[in-house]
Design a protein around this ligand. Sequence first.
Ligand code: GLU
Length: 568
Amino acid sequence: MLDRAVIDALFPADLPGPGHWEERYPPRQLPEGAQVTRFGPSPTGFVHIGGIYVATIDRDIAAHSGGRYLMRVEDTDQSREVEGALAQFARAFDYFGLHPDESDESAGDGAGSGAYGPYRQSDRHRIYLSYVRELLRQGQAYPCFATKEELAGIAARQQAAKVPPGYYGSWAVWRDAGPADVAARLAAGGPYVVRFRAPDDTAGRRVRFTDAIRGELEHEANRNDAVILKSAGQPPHSPRLPTYHFAHAVDDHLMRVTLVIRGEEWISSVPLHRQLFDALGFEPVRYAHIAPLMKQIPGGKRKLSKRKDSEASVDFYLAAGYPADAIGYYLRGLANGRLAELPLAEALVTPIQLDQMGVAGPLVDLAKLEDISADYIATLTSQQVFDAVRTWATQYDPELVTVLDAAPELALRALAVERDGVDNRRKDLRKWADFRAAYGFFFGQLFTPLSGPADERLAPVGVDPGVAASFARDFADGYQHLDDPQQWFSQVRELAAKHGFAASAREYKQAPGAYAGSIREASQIIRVALTGSTRSPDLHAITQALGASEVLRRLRALAYPLRGAQPC
Ligand code: GLU
């Protein structure tokens, strides 16, 4: 075994022992059954929707059990770190109302901190060092000087010998190196890592553990001497940082986490993690391994991919403006199918249950999310929709903010069409970015009046342009801006008959050659003149929202193209 003095010389002289940290972070005083969960994002500059899914579950389990949910920034792989990444999380957490109970102020979320911080791993390096030194002193860890090339050589020989790859047993060349050799190498100051000494008796052994989602699991015992402390960076030396395996064990213990909820890619590491907890003398923590969100592809499904799928990114949802509650509801339904059966408001407050989560990854289906979102938006009042669209537009469509602010009353009148006071509300908004397409035509600044009967927007109506223009001219000339929808529509009917349109689609079908079209086409001419599209809410309601002069301006643009769109 290495001399204690040799070991201690590797660490700062004033480094406290584990007892110091144990005292500094005492067990929490929480009610029986309370769960302490944590979300451990790595600041790589990309917030995956799967992260929001996991954080939703973390928060839910902690909140419903009277526990705590904390966010720990896992930045031990500093090569992957990206500037501004934490602000991205803060924005996403703001949007989804997922602020942790405990985190660092420096994480940018403004959520305040807890008594178990710092919550950023790079700020905890002294803590890890205390525990690494302890394992070295006990002979449960050792320095390893194997270079990349040497490790590659070992791997090649293992392949040739048809034995499993890894740094273990007699392949682990520094595992049982003579203390004098090790001391000499250390004294020479060469780079090294610290490896955990896996227990000797692991060959052929299997480990059983209980997963809160998957139940009893069994896995081959770990025999690899995993790296727990990475080598120091190039000068100027950054602090030596631990690997994820080691950091999570120390952190989850000292933060008094009771339930580790994380991606299923970590299941195969549980045997190593159990050994680390044992070696460190920690109570084992419970695990819940979550299946990843999936995407349907021709012939199967695969993980929702950061590189291939735009909908993997939280920014996609924020930029499109899917309401947070609709997404929250959708994600909860993916976690627990029974929540998708409940009305939204109830599902948002009904606890997620880990033992009801699937072992296969759920499919993210944007069409389904859009339906949910449209249903949800249809429950909101015009004022609520207005406020939400405006908030969204502040960041994603500044021009729209100007337009809304210039005519808030018009916006509210427009939104009220087939929304306020009706049972069967329009579902024309699935996300806030749909506002322009669905309601933009109400606003003078966003609507370009027709350029005359040859305007291509009129083409789908299928009426002779000359007839359309003279019909629009007569309609504009005698236009009556009536409150009563029936009376308003009578003027369209009468005029349509005068211009050779059949009174019904059926009559028109029977003798298409005898008519210019039917009342349907006549109405469509007005619709396109007023909205630019053949699809819109109720025409009369639109005229009421626009007001008489704007209605006339738009009709005249079709009827009198040479005069331009100005009222005459
Ligand atoms: N930083 C780890 C990851 O991003 C977190 C795993 C965990 O929650 O333990 O995968």
